[in-house]
Design a protein around this ligand. Structure first.
Ligand SMILES: [Zn+2]
Length: 424
């Protein structure tokens, strides 16, 4: 058994947290045996009486529901809005990622960086290349991270080096599913990834949806990120209805579908998404960087839409889900300033809740991760204080302010299934 004493911040149902000022976390064989107050723990585990009280902070591992691994070297590079940015800066980078040794190097650094930032589960895009995506899985295996990894499907309207036929794309997916899906008792998973309607034919999207259905898989794609993108896709597919109706028509809207961005949606599209059970993944840092727009997070939550959070590297420029949580709060202020004075500002606790238990629920993983409940797998982060600025963790808002805005807390250790995964 392993024991960790410190202040514990634990997400609970209802967008909230419980705060255990002097707590103990007990781990056995990678699972949480006990999470509660130290005094209570002493009765059950008398051997812990000599563990000194610490001013460390323990929270569950962070979950990132949208990012692009091959784009990691492009952070902060390039300019312009989505479509020219993709064509001029991102696709050339993803072509480079066809090179196996480059893919391995990027994947190695990327997973290390995610873990260093406290991300214990990531849902990500590889590029469209089978061998490079296999390498991404190999490096995810080595790193210890939990991941859902997708082969970015593209068969039209993109550089030839990234395009594959419908048959090749489907066969490549099936190979990866066979080799990696549910690897290590579900630590690694395959996710069906039609990149976006601008790079896929109708046939490819329908075939991809069929693979997801046959294998009961999650799907990830992009939706209504940018106004030019919406117009481009409507003219490209000669389609007069909305972007959401188009995805519905190709069978991509399921209870297990993650739709990145969803900024410019009409009421009827929101209804279709809600009825389908699909989830919108909010990526506020990226939305500002690429000048895509301001997503109304408060409005979506009020309408009981499922909404997750993701960093969206390299549209996003920061791998930290603490950063993304803060950006969700700040984005809701922009929405209030520029779009709707009646809209409310997202609370810090709501944003961090989405990055932990909320995102776990979206992936149907809340019985295993997302909070520090007994019986769950032990994915957690230990922070240490880097100053004596405050030494009492008796106020939830103070802790959330430090986590999201301050610089007095530093991630010291990151654990997945009870195993320390941050190594230098
Ligand atoms: Zn994206």
């Amino acid at each position: 058994m392993e024991f960790y004493r410190g202040t514990i911040l634990n997400p609970i149902d209802g967008f909230n947290f419980e705060l255990i000022e002097d707590g103990l976390l007990v781990i056995k064989k990678g699972k949480i045996l006990f999470c509660g107050s130290f005094n209570q723990a002493l009765l059950k585990y008398p051997q812990t009486k000599d563990i000194k009280k610490s001013i460390e902070l323990i929270i569950p591992g962070l979950i990132d529901l949208h990012t692009h691994l091959p784009q990691y070297p492009s952070i902060g590079k390039g300019k312009g809005e989505l479509l020219p940015w993709l064509n001029n800066f991102i696709f050339p980078q993803e072509i480079k990622f066809n090179n196996p040794s480059f893919a391995r190097e990027v994947a190695k650094i990327f997973f290390k960086k995610l873990i260093k930032n406290g991300t214990t589960t990531a849902v990500l895009y590889s590029n469209s290349n089978l061998q490079s995506t296999d390498i991404v899985f190999q490096e995810a295996k080595q790193s210890g991270i939990r991941a859902f990894i997708g082969l970015s499907l593209m068969d039209i309207n993109t550089p030839a080096e990234l395009q594959y036929s419908v048959t090749a794309n489907i066969n490549n997916m099936l190979k990866l599913i066979d080799k990696w899906h549910l690897f290590d008792f579900g630590r690694l998973n395959f996710i069906v990834t039609p990149r976006f309607a601008g790079s896929c034919s109708i046939k490819l999207m329908k075939e991809a949806a069929k693979v997801a259905k046959d294998h009961d898989l999650y799907i990830q794609t992009h939706l209504s990120e940018n106004q030019q993108e919406i117009t481009h896709i409507q003219s490209m597919h000669d389609f007069e209805h909305t972007y959401t109706e188009f995805l519905e028509m190709v069978n991509l809207l399921t209870e297990k579908t993650l739709l990145a961005h969803g900024i410019h949606l009409q009421p009827k599209e929101l209804k279709i998404i809600k009825d389908s059970g699909s989830t919108i993944i909010h990526c506020p840092t990226s939305n500002r960087y690429l000048q895509s727009g301001i997503m109304p997070l408060y409005k979506y939550l009020k309408q009981s839409l499922k909404v997750g959070l993701g960093t969206d590297i390299a549209g996003g420029f920061n791998c930290s889900m603490l950063n993304e949580s803060r950006e969700a709060v700040e984005n809701s202020k922009y929405y209030r300033i520029f779009c709707d004075k009646k809209s409310k500002i997202i609370e810090k606790k709501n944003a961090l809740w989405i990055s932990t238990l909320g995102n776990a629920k979206i992936m149907n993983l809340d019985s295993a991760i997302g909070s520090l409940s007994e019986g769950k797998e032990a994915d957690f982060i230990i922070f240490e204080l880097t100053s004596n600025f405050f030494s009492n963790y008796d106020n939830l808002d103070d802790i959330l302010s430090e986590l999201l805005y301050g610089d007095n807390l530093k991630i010291r250790d990151v654990f997945i299934r009870g195993k320390k995964v941050n190594k230098d």
